[in-house]
Design a protein around this ligand. Structure first.
Ligand SMILES: *[C@@H]1O[C@H](CO)[C@@H](O)[C@H](O)[C@H]1NC(C)=O
Ligand SMILES: *[C@@H]1O[C@H](CO)[C@@H](O)[C@H](O)[C@H]1NC(C)=O
Ligand SMILES: *[C@@H]1O[C@H](CO)[C@@H](O)[C@H](O)[C@H]1NC(C)=O
Ligand SMILES: *[C@@H]1O[C@H](CO)[C@@H](O)[C@H](O)[C@H]1NC(C)=O
Ligand SMILES: [Zn+2]
Length: 480
């Protein structure tokens, strides 16, 4: 049994509301736009003509409450692009493309050495998973097992409390406590966070929040242009669209974790964070046979508590590039669907990203989404054609490959642990987290939490693996 598409669409509005609340605080600089939502239908701009060499400029005649001038100019657009005047919150849903290919159960992925055969997605039974789009309960046998596994690593989870809903303005003490390294309020990152690609003009392409009805349209364009992307997938959407995820994977795109229900992770207890990440890892493994080792926190909402739990679960965080409070590489494409931003504003954001990206001494990662029709249309009609025509040319790759690693290194079971140390050992050796052999009291967690740093026999076995992955120098500095 599968959830029908209409079930998914019934769930999406709740997700959108939750997300917009999160984004209220995630991007304070965009406050003005948020207080004055666009109607979308009142903006106009030149329509692309049928040639890939055409250029489109922003000439929006906006409502008084919208940003009124746009200066973007695209080097190329897709001849079949949906006109900008059509891409807005009010547009009717267009027909989705069927998947170009449907995965056959048992297929062995040839592009990842030693990958297991593809499971039969038709056997996925949603009744065996938590309710979609809700933080999963923490008392299930599965979650209890994952809590035990995290405990067994001996990781020290910082003891500070979860943040309150309402973001930076509602969390003045947490914001002031810079030891939390809370990205949402100040952009703090740790050395193990992936925030860019090392080489200049390299773009680590990412799409979040799918798989979804229009993911197939995006995949079709990526196939035509021979592009491969990273997809940060939501576990609840994997339940709804397992066949799409299999096609993405067999199409040699890179699959990574984006939680089960898309919450602001810093607001959750340790156990809830474990449940969100654990169920996402599990459903992806059940559908693909392998488990991602990269994750992106929804809204970029991460702090050292979330980092520690992610690393303990074998997941390295991937953000998007942020060079200043006013220059985060976020297209805001997600908000066209809700009428909060216009497609012209998204293309203006894209041009600002390009302007910054081409002057940087390293590559970059941009936030985009495949959940809604509008963001897929702006990607396939405008952003990607423009990027492909860019001079100097960009090298566009999935995140794992822009980091100079192989696709096999993107999954826990196939990762070459000697050249690409697993998340926890990398974090220990970088000094981002510590593990301890001391009893529970040495690594207290938040008051609401039962997860402690208690060390046990399973932990010893795990630590042997951790140590095996460490450089000698780092080993000497281990705290035990
Ligand atoms: C701020 O936090 C309190 C709990 O401390 C919560 O009740 C309230 O809803 C939050 N405000 C917003 C705007 O989310
Ligand atoms: C970099 O981004 C900022 C913020 O979007 C923008 O104001 C600025 O013009 C960009 N820089 C370049 C060189 O385009
Ligand atoms: C890397 O370690 C994981 C356990 O963390 C293991 O499952 C995997 O098989 C190892 N990779 C290889 C190539 O042996
Ligand atoms: C952990 O908590 C116990 C009591 O709750 C306290 O005595 C101990 O000092 C704490 N340890 C740390 C490292 O905070
Ligand atoms: Zn997301």
């Amino acid at each position: 049994m599968r959830f029908s598409q209409s079930t998914v669409f019934a769930i999406l509005p709740a997700l959108v509301v939750a997300r917009n609340q999160g984004q209220q605080f995630a991007r304070q600089h965009d406050l003005n736009a948020r207080q004055n939502p666009a109607t979308g239908s009142t903006t106009t701009a030149s329509v692309p003509v049928g040639t890939s060499a055409s250029s489109v400029s922003g000439t929006a005649a906006a409502t008084p409450t919208l940003a009124t001038t746009f200066t973007f100019k695209l080097d190329a657009t897709n001849p079949t692009a949906v006109p900008l005047s059509v891409i807005n919150a009010a547009q009717p849903s267009s027909v989705t493309k069927p998947l170009d290919s449907t995965a056959v159960p048992g297929t062995i992925p040839t592009f990842i050495p030693n990958a297991p055969p593809l499971p039969n997605a038709a056997l996925l039974n949603p009744a065996n998973y938590p309710v979609l789009d809700k933080v999963p309960p923490v008392d299930s046998p599965e979650v209890k097992g994952w809590i035990d596994e995290v405990t067994a690593t001996g990781i020290v989870i910082p003891s500070f409390d979860p943040t309150q809903p309402g973001g930076c303005p509602n969390n003045t003490a947490a914001v002031a406590d810079t030891s939390r390294c809370w990205w949402t309020c100040g952009g703090c990152t740790r050395s193990t966070d992936v925030t860019q690609c090392p080489a200049p003009l390299n773009w680590g392409l990412t799409y979040d929040d799918g798989p979804a009805p229009y993911t197939s349209n995006l995949l079709s364009y990526l196939d035509q242009t021979n592009l491969k992307s990273t997809f940060f997938v939501v576990g609840s959407r994997v339940i709804s669209f397992p066949a799409t995820l299999q096609t993405q994977f067999l199409g040699q795109h890179h699959i990574a974790v984006h939680t089960w229900s898309h919450p602001s992770l810093t607001t959750l207890t340790n156990e809830q964070i474990i449940a969100e990440l654990g169920w996402s890892k599990k459903v992806i493994k059940d559908v693909l046979g392998i488990t991602p080792n990269l994750m992106r926190p929804p809204f970029g909402d991460i702090d050292d508590r979330v980092r520690a739990i992610s690393m303990a679960m074998g997941l390295t965080p991937v953000m998007w590039t942020r060079i200043s409070p006013l220059a985060t590489f976020d297209t805001d494409d997600f908000n066209i669907h809700g009428g909060i931003t216009s497609v012209q504003q998204v293309l203006q954001n894209w041009e600002n990203i390009l302007g910054n990206a081409t002057t940087m001494s390293n590559g970059f990662i941009v936030l985009e989404h495949d959940l809604f029709e509008q963001s897929v249309e702006v990607a396939t009609g405008y952003i990607l054609p423009d990027a492909l025509a860019h001079n100097p040319p960009f090298t566009i790759k999935p995140v794992i490959e822009c980091l100079n690693k192989n696709m096999a290194d993107a999954y826990i079971e196939t990762n070459d642990n000697s050249t690409n140390p697993p998340a926890l050992s990398a974090a220990v050796s970088a000094g981002v987290v510590t593990v301890t052999s001391a009893p529970a009291s040495a690594s207290n967690t938040s008051k609401s939490s039962a997860v402690s740093g208690q060390f046990n026999g399973a932990g010893l076995a795990y630590m042997a693996t951790v140590i095996a992955g460490l450089a000698v120098g780092a080993l000497l500095s281990l705290p035990f």
